[in-house]
Design a protein around this ligand. Structure first.
Ligand code: DC
Length: 225
């Protein structure tokens, strides 16, 4: 069977990674969470005081250091920064509040896209992010654009964060979801948009299982083509 590439793009907190992981497990594909890669760079910048109090990244210092940052995935799928497992740290609201500004930087995107294409060599992959179907793999065999109502997404994210013990309010989370939508869709570099040939999947009123069934059918069909 020939290797295939599946691109899953869409808004923040709409369950893209849950879906991508389910598909990867079912079909035995490699799963790559590109948001985790941008989050890891954001964490590096935060740890090295490269973010001003108003949230602006120090582009020059980050540009100098970017070649020294290693972003990898460990065997269990956790993101690693220079070999250190940072999976929990990159999921905090603090990182979520910073990452969109890091992901908007051209040199950061160039580094990450190169790395993403390398990670997908010689294997079937399912990759989730914002620009996979439009920039990273415009020739992907299957593209799915996932979305859901922003209040539904905020509620899901709020439940996830509070279940991990984070002290956040629903309104804070909703604000973060809306801000990220705005930044992701209006930035100059690779803004979030549905590729013309992507299938739209709105999961506002779907369970994870229902969503998986729908997407599994798309993948089955793609593999028969
Ligand atoms: O999917 P996520 O919420 O973990 O993504 C974190 C941030 O990174 C989000 O602001 C969008 C950005 N991102 C991006 O610009 N391009 C990608 N391919 C993946 C994520």
């Amino acid at each position: 069977m020939k290797n295939i590439k599946i691109a899953i793009d869409g808004h923040s907190s709409c369950g893209k990674s849950t879906l991508a992981k389910q598909i990867a497990k079912h079909f035995g594909f490699t799963y790559i969470d590109t948001g985790a890669m941008y989050r890891t760079i954001a964490l590096f910048a935060m740890r090295n005081s490269m973010i001003t109090p108003d949230g602006t990244p120090d582009e020059n210092r980050l540009k100098e250091k970017i070649g020294d940052i290693s972003v990898t995935f460990l065997k269990d799928g956790h993101a690693a920064l220079n070999g250190e497992d940072v999976e929990n740290e990159i999921r905090t609201l603090e990182v979520s509040n910073t990452v969109s500004k890091i992901a908007a930087l051209k040199f950061v995107r160039q580094e990450m896209v190169t790395l993403q294409r390398k990670m997908a060599e010689d294997t079937s992959v399912i990759m989730d992010g914002r620009d996979i179907g439009t920039v990273v793999f415009p020739d992907a065999e299957l593209k799915i654009f996932v979305t859901a109502d922003d209040e539904v997404r905020a509620q899901r994210r709020f439940n996830e964060l509070t279940s991990k013990g984070e002290q956040v309010t629903f309104d804070e989370v909703l604000k973060n979801v809306r801000e990220r939508d705005l930044l992701d869709t209006t930035r100059e570099e690779s803004p979030l948009r549905k590729a013309d040939d992507a299938i739209l999947l709105d999961n506002s009123f779907m369970t994870r299982e229902e969503q998986f069934e729908v997407a599994k059918n798309f993948v089955d069909r793609t593999m028969q083509e």
